[in-house]
Design a protein around this ligand. Structure first.
Ligand code: NAD
Length: 316
């Protein structure tokens, strides 16, 4: 039986992962944490919760001891667009925060799951069907922190035997909690605006292809990799995973099949456009498929049907 601590649990992934893991492992075995307590949050109220600022190693260690944690799912981070606006904070939270988590895991014998990102690649990386093992020279601070994190996790496994695992997530699309300031956020906001306004202004230009995934597949990926037989894992950290790759005009066209009057125009944000241009168009995720059976369920068409249905119910 696992006893799990989730850092950054009130964010886009954590707010759904906490509930999902509580269903699998039992409510009392999944401790959500964040640097503040958000009153009214379902996650804070429905099960154990701890205040953990990942910049404070004492708070991480205290939560691990108090709740007898054996697995840390480390989600606390600063995302790409926010990280470009505040690179110092991105370095501190993403690298120093992870370092503190790994140190506590080494001392207390915990396993660690940490997501990396497609941001760990850069303009010199092969853009199409980006291989698992390839050139990684990212040009954003977020990307620099993600490559550093991948290397730190590999190091802690090889040097200290800490059971570190992780995936490189593409842009994640979900309806529960809004994204936290990434470059792929448009692919969430477009669904809200399609329903609420019938019009969407895209900050990326036509033809900008990026990998994406629907949240239910992302949650499955985390559990599948955490539960994978370690003897089959050649890579451990930073597995490429993807479910679909699309451009703004492709997702627009898909939504229009269900809302024919929906219109989209463009007002390009040069910062997020240059970040997107430095990332792959599509990933090769065959290592994840071979080593732990990765096999996403949703494509653009089935995700769009589900997103519109869930959002219509949520937004009333
Ligand atoms: P998010 O921004 O929605 O949530 C991150 C949470 O971390 C926030 O609630 C924030 O308050 C918290 N946080 C920030 N600083 C903290 C600190 N010092 N101590 C404790 N908590 C702190 O992010 P997310 O989308 O849930 O992403 C989780 C992880 O997945 C991150 O590592 C991110 O890089 C990675 N990832 C996400 C995506 C995506 O599309 N959402 C894609 C690729 C990778």
């Amino acid at each position: 039986m696992k006893r799990i601590l989730i850092t950054g649990a009130l964010g886009q992934i954590g707010s759904e992962l906490t509930t999902y893991l509580r269903k699998i492992y039992g409510e009392s075995n999944v401790v959500a944490s964040s640097k503040n307590r958000e009153a009214g949050s379902k996650i804070v109220e429905e099960g154990p919760f701890a205040i953990v600022d990942v910049l404070d190693p004492g708070q991480i260690a205290e939560a691990v001891e108090k709740h007898e944690i054996d697995t840390i799912i480390h989600l606390a981070a600063i995302l790409s667009a926010v990280g470009e606006a505040n690179p110092t904070l991105a370095w501190k939270v993403n690298v120093e925060g992870l370092f503190h988590v790994l140190e506590v895991a080494r001392e207390k014998g915990c396993a660690v799951f940490t997501p990396s990102s497609i941001a760990a690649f850069g303009p010199s990386t092969p853009k199409d069907q980006t291989p698992q093992d390839t050139l990684q020279r990212p040009t954003t601070m977020y990307g620099v922190t993600k490559v550093s994190g991948e290397l730190l996790c590999d190091y802690y496994f090889k040097k200290f035997g800490v059971d570190t695992r992780g995936v490189r997530f593409p842009g994640l699309i979900s309806y529960e909690t809004l994204p936290g300031g990434g470059t792929t956020d448009y692919a969430v906001h477009i669904y809200y605006d399609a329903i609420q306004k019938g019009k969407f202004t895209c900050y990326l230009k036509e033809g900008t292809a990026m990998d994406m995934m629907y949240m239910p597949d992302a949650l499955d990926a985390i559990v599948q990799l955490m539960e994978a037989d370690p003897s089959r894992l050649i890579h451990r950290n930073a597995f490429n995973v993807t479910a679909m790759s699309f451009t703004p005009e492709k997702i627009y066209g898909e939504i229009q099949k269900h809302i024919p009057e929906f219109i989209m125009d463009y007002d390009v944000d040069p910062i997020r456009q240059s970040i997107a241009d430095s990332w792959p168009n599509s990933l090769d995720d065959s290592a994840a498929r071979e080593e732990w059976g990765w096999n996403p369920k949703y494509d653009l068409s089935s995700m769009t049907i589900d997103m519109l249905d869930k959002l219509r119910k949520k937004l009333g």
